[in-house]
Structures are given as structure tokens and as C-alpha cells.
Design a protein around this ligand. Structure first.
Ligand code: ADP
Ligand code: ADP
Ligand code: MG
Length: 663
């Protein structure tokens, strides 16, 4: 039974199928038609969409496992994967939990306790205090002794939450208070630890694996330094610039850490490293990690297969000296989010998803055979929705190359080929990140994204003439096709959209908008189209050029504008034209002169939620005067607060929603 959803559930099912193991999926209301349900042999409904009422219901999941005759439970990551009580309840019910014993999870579950344990196992630690004394004044003295800046961390924390950087002794007590408040509300435990805050550190983690027979190996490192809000964005293996002796030292430290807690299965020991290479234990994640594929690709292993074998008592498939490193792999997490708006998650339907050609990936590549150049792990298909209930990950794009340079080139290319229509994604941002100087020269540290904000978030540019031409061609070709389909008689001149006119040529102006165009005269790009008997002429930005369409297959267009040849795909989503060309994605809103007549008045007093969520505050009441831009309602969705402001000045007539309402 796979006690998870999405990408990781599909990933586990793929290996199980290859090994001839039957799989049972569980699903919530939101996932009834989802990919993970389709790829498993059997699927059982476990509750409503909210994770608390479905994927986090341990007893229900165990009940389903027993009813379906499952022998083992794979928890994936997130949800119940690091829940010691759940692991123990599985064992008690006679089910094999595919993961470490509950005792190992408990030992590593508290960052403070884990550090105490690691101290005993001679694993290097970041200088800091991780004891029980939580007196503010005492902790401040500890911080003074460590030297500023220091980092306060919730001992029970995770997912980048519950951390505060403190720059000066004077600020310590206030920061401690706010850190403890976040810790208690997010993790139900306000214990914190204090650490030296390293400058320009790298996040380097070691994949470890242990079996039930006392063997434990490391499968080398992953560099996950490229982060936003302390969460990983790009991950690669091996870590650039890692000397063999340090790799061995970190690997052995990680194995010691795992042995110290009686570890079994797949685990990751996270280290924070200085630029000079010195490294310190940070925490251990007692599960399979999101970024595990990069390790699989450089070591030629299938870590899920290893997990299944180990869970059933087999020895590790390989010994330490048999685990080499072959080539270089990089993973990019493709998220439904808006990097320009503080990485705000975006939800909606994947109207169109074209992924780069995945060069067939055989899980657990055969020795001597090169791994795939491109691998895509995804839990969604075209037409599926990214809902507000779960993690907004769309896919993981993993590339392999004989060296980092080749892997980088493949990643850049694959990102250019990734076409998604229907919701905002981080693809363009990832491409800038991957092509940028800092990442391509491996000048890595956890502040890379912040430091390179200027190049990673360039001001919006005017749509290039080529993109406008492609959009215009898609539009007029579309009209031609429509009219050809609509008219019963193909020769009927009244039913055609060829632009034929009795006297002289027909000229029309197409108007497209985007955020940049808002500043242009007329607030839009104007593309003039002249229909000559011998073909079209296009007028983009005042330059008139003949236009010929040399190829048109599905959404893919090849056109020639004057001297310039252009190639790209145009996907239409309502009035929005998505132009994918030159590795760029331009969204052009067609201002259809007919479509929106009369809509303006209706828009008057309407407020729109940026995404489904809960109203957490109503700031106005009936009868109140408001000015344009005044905050009216605050809602919470996907762990973030969104303020709904007045679209115009006026009087509040009635408030239709109250705190707690789902909108
Ligand atoms: P990692 O260390 O691998 O980045 P974190 O420790 O940040 O992982 O968080 C735990 C993992 O659980 C994350 O990778 C997160 O994406 C994953 N996760 C969280 N929510 C979900 C979900 N709804 N479905 C699947 N995975 C999830
Ligand atoms: P989480 O459980 O949220 O994953 P971690 O302890 O693994 O928490 O830390 C998450 C991230 O915070 C790290 O990957 C790193 O970027 C940053 N970080 C953690 N500890 C330090 C430190 N002592 N100095 C600088 N950055 C740190
Ligand atoms: Mg971590």
C-alpha cells in the first residue's frame, strides 16, 4: 500500500510494478481521478481532500492495508513518512513499514536531541547550544558566546519553518519570542536551539542506506544549496568541487550518524558546509528524499527497489566499494507557483502540458548502460488540477550528463521544451537560474537566489516581434480553419475568412496585451495584418514585412517574416495566446473587439479571491466608505495570507462573507 499521492506515489508504483509487486493506492476526494490512482493495481478512498482527513489518517490507512491484504506500507515523503507512532502502529498490525524503526525517527525528530546524539557519535556539529535550558537570558548569553549572527531554530521544525536569524544581542530576546510563537503554532513545541549562522554556506547532504543485517553504506552526496525560503529548488550530484577525501569523510560521518540511531532503510544526513569545505551535521531526514533521483542516476541504482528489498529483510544490493559515481545529474523542481510574486503557489488546471522528450528511463539502469539524458517524475497529467490542498509540485525534471557541463546544457534545453498552459509555473525562472553565471560556474551557496535577484527577476520586456507574429498567425490560421469547418460549402465566399475584399486589400489590426504592453501607447501591441491576394503582410512595431507560413502542424508553426524565420508553438487558452519560441514563453492576451462588450459594468462591485482559501479577517462593514486600494478582506490559502483590496473607491453596501468562510 502506498500511503501517499502525486509524484512519489507514482514513482513507488513504477518500481513495484517492475518488480512484480502489486500496489494499492489510497486517495482523497480531490484525487479520485488522479494519476496515482490510475497507475496502481487497486485504489481505496480514504476521505475528504484535507490531508488531516485523508492522507494523515494513520488508522484508516492501516485498516485499508489489512482489508486489501497488503503486506507493507510505503509512506513516501511528507504526510506520515516521519511519524514514529504510525511506523509502530504498522508493525503492531503485522504490516511492514517501509522505513526506519520508530525509535530512529524519534531520535532524529528533535533537532536538539539529534545534535546531542551526534555529539556522542563524534559527528561534527555547528557551534551552538542545543540543551534543555530555555531561559531567554541564558540563551542570549549562549548566543553572545557563539558570536553573531546566530540562527534560532525550532527543535521540532521542518520545511524551512521556525527559523530566525539574529544579528545583534539587543535583538535576541524579541527574535526568540517570535521564533517560539511560530514553533508552537506550527509544530506544537516551542523548544529552540541556537546555532552559529554560517556565511555563504552550502547545503550538502549524504544519502545513506542501512539494512536489517547491520550493513550501512553511503551513496555519496547531493548539493542542494540553491534554495528559496530555505527550501530546495535545484539539486545536483555529485557536489561540484568535492574532493574524494572529503566525500569519504562526510560519507563516514553520515554512516556514523545512521548507526548511532539504529537506522534501517533510506535516509539523508544533511550537512551545512563552509566555502572552505568544513562541514557540520544539521539534521537527518528519516525517509526517501524528494531529490533522490539525482543519486539514482549517478550511482545506477533504484533506491525504491533498495527500500523494498531492505524492508523484506534482504541485504543491501551493493557494498560500499561497489558504489561509484558515473557522470553528473541535476534535478529541477517544476512548481505551480509565481516566482515574481514571492513564489506564491498558483492553482488551476493543467490545460496543456508538453514535456521534453524523456529519453526512456529504465529504473535501476543496467550496469554499463548510460542512464537517461532526461527523466521526468510527475504525478499529474494534462487535464489534471493542481489543487490548494497539497504541495503544488507539477513534476521533477532530472537530467544526466557525462559531466556537469553536459548536464547543464541538457537541463537548459529540457526547460525550454517544457510547455505548460493553464497556471503559473517557475519554468522561466528555473531557466534563468540554470543559464545564469552563478549556477553555471557552480558559485554555490544558499543565498544564490537572493544575491542574483537582479538577473533572476528581470523587469518585464516587450514581447519580441517574432512572438507577436506567431500569435497573429495562430489567430488568423485558426479563424481560417474555423470558417472552413463552419461552412457547409467550402466554396461559399461568405463563409470564408481569407480576408478577400472586392476593392483593394483588407487591412485589420490585431491587439494583444501583456503587463509590459500596458505602458505602450494604446495599452497594447498593435499588429497590422494586410491580406493581399498573394499572401499576408504583417506590420509589427511599424515595420511592414511579407509573411509566409512554411509549416503548420498542430500547435507548431514555422513562419517567415521578411528575412527572418521563426519557429514555435502557440497554445490558445481562451483569449490568452501562449507562445513558446526560442526557449521563452510569452503570454499575449488577445483583445477581441467582440468578446467583452458589456462586461465592464458587471465587474463593478466584484472582488476576486486569488485562489480558493479561507477568510481570516474582514476589515470593513456595511455602510463604510472605502478608497481604492484599501484592504477589505484577508484570506489564507496555501499557508500564505492574501489581502483583497478595494478595486475602486466607494461605499460598502453589504458584506457577504464572514471569517471562517471558504471562498
Ligand atoms: P526535502 O528535505 O526533501 O526538501 P522537506 O523536509 O522540505 O523535504 O519536506 C518534506 C517533503 O514532503 C517535501 O519535499 C515536500 O515537498 C513533501 N510534501 C509536502 N507536502 C506534500 C504533499 N502534499 N504531497 C507530497 N509530498 C509532500
Ligand atoms: P528543515 O528541517 O526546515 O529542513 P534545516 O535544519 O535542514 O531545517 O535547515 C534548512 C536550511 O536552512 C538549510 O538547508 C540551510 O539553507 C539553512 N540553514 C540551516 N542551518 C544553518 C546555519 N547554521 N547557518 C546558515 N544556514 C543554515
Ligand atoms: Mg532540512
Amino acid at each position: 500500500l502506498i500511503a501517499n499521492r502525486g509524484e512519489i506515489a507514482c514513482r513507488v508504483a513504477a518500481t513495484a510494478r517492475r518488480m512484480g509487486i502489486r500496489t494499492v493506492a489510497v486517495y482523497s476526494d480531490a484525487d479520485a481521478g488522479s494519476k496515482h490512482v490510475a497507475v496502481c493495481d487497486e485504489a481505496v478512498w480514504i476521505g475528504p481532500a484535507a490531508a488531516k482527513e485523508s492522507y494523515l489518517r494513520g488508522e484508516k490507512i492501516i485498516e485499508v492495508a489489512k482489508a486489501t491484504g497488503a503486506q507493507a506500507i510505503h509512506p513516501g515523503y511528507g504526510f506520515l513518512s516521519e511519524n514514529a507512532e504510525f511506523a509502530e502502529a504498522c508493525e503492531k498490525a503485522g504490516l511492514v513499514f517501509i522505513g526506519p524503526p520508530g525509535s530512529s525517527m524519534r531520535a532524529m525528530g528533535s533537532k536538539s536531541a539529534a545534535k546531542q546524539l551526534m555529539e556522542g557519535a563524534k559527528v561534527p556539529l555547528v557551534p551552538g547550544y542545543h540543551g534543555d535550558n530555555q531561559e531567554p537570558e541564558f540563551l542570549r548569553q549562549q548566543a553572545d558566546g557563539i558570536g553573531y549572527p546566530v540562527l534560532l531554530k525550532a527543535s521540532a521544525g521542518g520545511g524551512g519553518k521556525g527559523m530566525r536569524v539574529v544579528e545583534r544581542s539587543e535583538d535576541f530576546v524579541a527574535a526568540l519570542g517570535s521564533c517560539k510563537r511560530e514553533a508552537i503554532s506550527s509544530f506544537g513545541d516551542d523548544k529552540v536551539l541556537v546555532e552559529k549562522y554560517l556565511q555563504r554556506p552550502r547545503h550538502i547532504e549524504i544519502q545513506v542506506f542501512a539494512d536489517k543485517l547491520g550493513n550501512c553504506v553511503y551513496l555519496h552526496e547531493r548539493d542542494c544549496s540553491v534554495q528559496r525560503r530555505h527550501q530546495k529548488v535545484l539539486e545536483e550530484a555529485p557536489a561540484p568541487g568535492m574532493p574524494a577525501d572529503r566525500r569519504a569523510a562526510m560519507g563516514e560521518a553520515a554512516v556514523n550518524a545512521a548507526r548511532a540511531v539504529g537506522y534501517v532503510g533510506a535516509g539523508t544526513v544533511e550537512f551545512i558546509a563552509n566555502q572552505d569545505g568544513s562541514f557540520y551535521f544539521m539534521e537527518m531526514n528519516t525517509r526517501l528524499q524528494v531529490e533522490h533521483p539525482v543519486t539514482e542516476m549517478i550511482t545506477g541504482t533504484d533506491l525504491v527497489e533498495w527500500q523494498l528489498r531492505v524492508a523484506f529483510g534482504e541485504p543491501l544490493p551493493k557494498k560500499q566499494h561497489e558504489l561509484g559515481i558515473h557522470g553528473h545529474a541535476i534535478e529541477a523542481r517544476i512548481y505551480a507557483e509565481n516566482p515574481e510574486k514571492g513564489f506564491l503557489p498558483s492553482i488551476g488546471t493543467l490545460r496543456h502540458m508538453d514535456t521534453p522528450d524523456a529519453v526512456n528511463f529504465e529504473l535501476g539502469g543496467v550496469a554499463g548502460v548510460e542512464p537517461a539524458a532526461v527523466r521526468i517524475d510527475s504525478g499529474v497529467r494534462e487535464g489534471d488540477a493542481i489543487s490548494p490542498f497539497y504541495d503544488p509540485m507539477i513534476a521533477k525534471l532530472i537530467v544526466w550528463g557525462t559531466d556537469r557541463t553536459q548536464a547543464l546544457a541538457r537541463l537548459s534545453q529540457a526547460l525550454a521544451d517544457f510547455q505548460i498552459v493553464g497556471l503559473a509555473t517557475n519554468i522561466a525562472f528555473l531557466k534563468r537560474l540554470v543559464d545564469g553565471e552563478a549556477f553555471s560556474t557552480a558559485d554555490l551557496d544558499t543565498g544564490l537566489i537572493e544575491r542574483n535577484g537582479a538577473t533572476l527577476f528581470p523587469p518585464s520586456k516587450a514581447a519580441p516581434a517574432g512572438a507577436l507574429a506567431l500569435a497573429a498567425v495562430a489567430l488568423i490560421e485558426g479563424e481560417k480553419r474555423l470558417s472552413a469547418g463552419a461552412s457547409a460549402n467550402a466554396a461559399d465566399p461568405w463563409g470564408q475568412a481569407q480576408g478577400w475584399r472586392l476593392n483593394g486589400d483588407y487591412r485589420r489590426v490585431l491587439s494583444f496585451g501583456d503587463e509590459h504592453a500596458a505602458g505602450l501607447p494604446g495599452g497594447a501591441y498593435q499588429v497590422g495584418v494586410v491580406y493581399h491576394p498573394q499572401g499576408w503582410e504583417l506590420d509589427v512595431n511599424g515595420v511592414k514585412q511579407p509573411l509566409t507560413v512554411s509549416g503548420h502542424a498542430g500547435a507548431t508553426l514555422s513562419v517567415r517574416l521578411g528575412e527572418q524565420s521563426m519557429h514555435g508553438a502557440v497554445r490558445r487558452d481562451g483569449d490568452l495566446f501562449h507562445v513558446f519560441s526560442n526557449g521563452e514563453h510569452h503570454m499575449l492576451a488577445y483583445n477581441d473587439p467582440m468578446a467583452h462588450a458589456g462586461e465592464l459594468e458587471a465587474a463593478g462591485g466584484r472582488l476576486t479571491a486569488p485562489m480558493p482559501g479561507k477568510v481570516v479577517a474582514v476589515l470593513v462593514e456595511a455602510g463604510q466608505e472605502v478608497k481604492k486600494g484599501d484592504p477589505l478582506v484577508i484570506m489564507e490559502a496555501m499557508k500564505m495570507e492574501h489581502t483583497i483590496a478595494a478595486p475602486s473607491s466607494g461605499l460598502v453596501e453589504e458584506v457577504l462573507y464572514a471569517v471562517g468562510d471558504q471562498v
